[in-house]
Design a protein around this ligand. Structure first.
Ligand code: DHB
Ligand code: MG
Length: 592
């Protein structure tokens, strides 16, 4: 399937955009007219650049307000079209998108629109051009692709077909199954955009909030399936108007965009490779110039040092199935931060190949798997993912020697990892981690803290063995606070958290203090058994409950940009204590 993207999706000048699109690996491009008009290059120069870059210009767009108009107005439409066909000759593009009239339409009549489009198509055909008619969701009279098709069918002109844009169809709740009634050769172009399911006017929704396929609430695989079954063989072209992507690095956004098409193609089964589902979080790597303070906190929690790496300045701390690597190799000048994590899957090489197909780079392991040969990849945010095989008791811990001490018996494993992403990168991170690691998007929440709203998206493997939470830093929070920017954390699963916390405190562990008001509110919200509220208050634990079970948790101080959460899941509780997050954010804010 040919891949294409509209220049309007990206930031930068037309030349920046074309380079980014070609470098990402797209086959074709839609030139969005305002990008061309503002560019200092001549159309011939743009055409030559596309040739050099190996990019086909598949579409020129948009041509607005062409039909449903009075005869004098239509004479002006033909004059304007003549100039655009001339321009298209110079650019070397043969198809122009004509969108349904939003501004000048005064005649609500299929016969009139069909006759005018046919006359426009006559003019186009004489210049070797084609018109792809698109019903905008907010068209004055034509706002439904089925009506656009009826008009095109009625005009019955070989140079006139439809353009199907998933946003206009799915945002209005129009049934895309009727696409299959359109002959494939009359579908001149297909544009793809996803979007979050918002309730707002459709024009603002379209102009500001479109997303790449797989990132919103629309069923793009089903939509594309209908176009393919109709017999469409042209490019799948991304057309995403989005306020963030208009600002971010175009090269990175273009790679992200192409990744979304790769995922979509996989979902269509044209190149399906089952994603190996991960079983568990095998380890977390925390890097810093000096990891002593993190080591001290881990020992107070109940981890035991399992030794130093045989060749590198790195140490393994373990307890139960929880393994944390503290790495000082190549870390000059860095504060403690989560540099990577490990997952355990059935077929590590397949999982790595899948991640690479989605644009991840192979990581040249500086640390683990130097001796044991395991694949590792870099996520777009730079996090290193080490991929282990299914056997528990992986080989890599054997790279560490000289351990001592006994871990606390209540510690079970790694419950989840919580990474922070800049607001501009969250869509990319969610798409990448979800699709490369075979995790499903779970709840997303907006949590209020003293420095703004923290958006949080949870990704989870089918059996809950791997849980990853991605938090968006409030974009302006850097001006007021540093704490939320640094909200990366590693959650340690244990049983009997009250018992563990007592022993950990005796070892000197400090946790973030919880307000007295919190416990008053907890008592009001939950009818807890006698004495339970007091026990939670004395232990300084947070509490949550849902229909499936209970959740007890608490947080350590922050070291560098990392802190630890200790969690006990009772029965089948499957959340993250989100209701308690504002209390935690405030406590962390106060302790800085
Ligand atoms: O928002 C618009 O005006 C607009 C223009 C061209 C398109 O293809 C489209 O889907 C929307
Ligand atoms: Mg469109």
């Amino acid at each position: 399937m040919q891949t294409s993207i509209a220049t309007v999706c990206l930031s930068g000048t037309l030349v920046d955009k074309l380079h980014a699109i070609a470098d990402a690996g797209f086959d074709a491009v839609e030139v969005f007219e305002p990008d061309l008009i503002a560019a200092p290059q001549t159309p011939e120069e743009v055409r030559a650049l596309c040739d050099r870059l190996g990019l086909r210009i598949a579409l020129y767009q948009p041509f607005r307000d062409a039909e449903g108009v009075t005869e004098p107005e239509f004479a002006q439409v033909l004059r304007r079209a003549e100039a655009k066909f001339e321009l298209m000759d110079r650019l070397g593009v043969d198809t122009v998108l004509v969108c349904s009239n939003v501004a000048t339409a005064s005649i609500d009549d299929d016969a009139v629109s069909a006759a005018q489009l046919a006359r426009l198509a006559d003019l186009a055909a004489a210049r070797g051009k084609r018109l792809a008619f698109e019903a905008l969701a907010w068209g004055r009279f034509i706002d439904d692709y089925r009506r656009a098709w009826r008009i095109v069918e009625r005009a019955d002109h070989p140079a006139l077909g439809v353009c199907l844009d998933s946003f206009h169809i799915l945002s209005r709740g129009h049934d895309p199954a009727d696409i299959e009634r359109i002959p494939g050769e009359k579908i001149f172009f297909v544009q793809l955009a996803d979007a979050p399911l918002l309730s707002m006017d459709v024009l603002s929704w379209s102009r500001h909030h479109r997303l790449f396929p797989g990132e919103g609430g629309f069923d793009l695989p089903a939509f594309v399936g209908h176009t393919l079954r109709a017999g469409y063989t042209g490019p799948l072209s991304l057309e995403v108007f989005n306020d963030v992507f208009r600002q971010t690095d175009p090269a990175r956004t273009a790679r992200h965009a192409l990744r979304s098409l790769t995922v979509l193609e996989d979902a269509l089964g044209t190149d399906a490779r089952p994603v190996p589902a991960p079983h568990e979080l095998d380890q977390v790597e925390i890097k810093a110039q000096d990891t002593d303070a993190v080591a001290a906190v881990l020992e107070r929690i109940g981890f035991a040092p399992s030794g130093r790496h045989v060749t590198k300045p790195a140490w393994l701390y373990a307890a139960g199935d929880a393994r944390i690597v503290l790495n000082e190799h190549n870390a000059t000048g860095t504060a403690p931060h989560v540099a990577g994590f490990g997952i355990r899957v059935d077929r590590p090489e397949d999982a790595a190949a899948r991640a690479e197909r989605l644009g991840a780079q192979r990581a040249h392991r500086r640390l683990l798997a130097g001796e044991t040969d395991l694949p590792a990849v870099l996520a777009p945010d730079g996090t290193e993912i080490l991929i282990s095989g299914p056997q528990s008791g992986a080989a890599w811990p054997g790279e560490f020697a000289g351990g001592h001490g006994t871990p606390d018996p209540s510690i079970r494993g790694i419950d989840h990892v919580n990474l922070t992403e800049p607001a501009a990168d969250i869509e990319e991170a969610v798409l990448f981690y979800g699709t490369a690691l075979g995790l499903t998007r779970e709840s997303s929440a907006e949590l209020a803290g003293p420095a703004g709203l923290v958006r949080s998206q949870v990704l989870r493997s089918g059996d809950g063995g791997v849980r990853l939470a991605l938090n968006v830093v409030p974009p302006l929070a850097e001006r007021t606070s540093t704490t939320q920017r640094h909200a990366q954390h590693v959650a340690i699963a244990c049983d009997d958290l009250p018992g563990l916390i007592g022993r950990a405190r005796a070892r000197g562990l400090r946790t973030v203090p919880v307000s007295a008001n919190y416990y008053d509110d907890l008592g009001a919200r939950f009818d807890l058994p006698p004495g339970e509220l007091e026990r939670l208050r004395e232990a300084g634990l947070l509490y949550d409950r849902d229909a499936a079970g209970e959740y007890l948790h608490c947080y350590t101080e922050t070291i560098g940009t990392v802190f630890f959460e200790l969690v006990e899941r009772r029965d089948r509780y499957d959340g993250f204590g989100a209701a308690n997050t504002p209390v935690r954010l405030t406590a962390q804010h106060l302790s800085h």
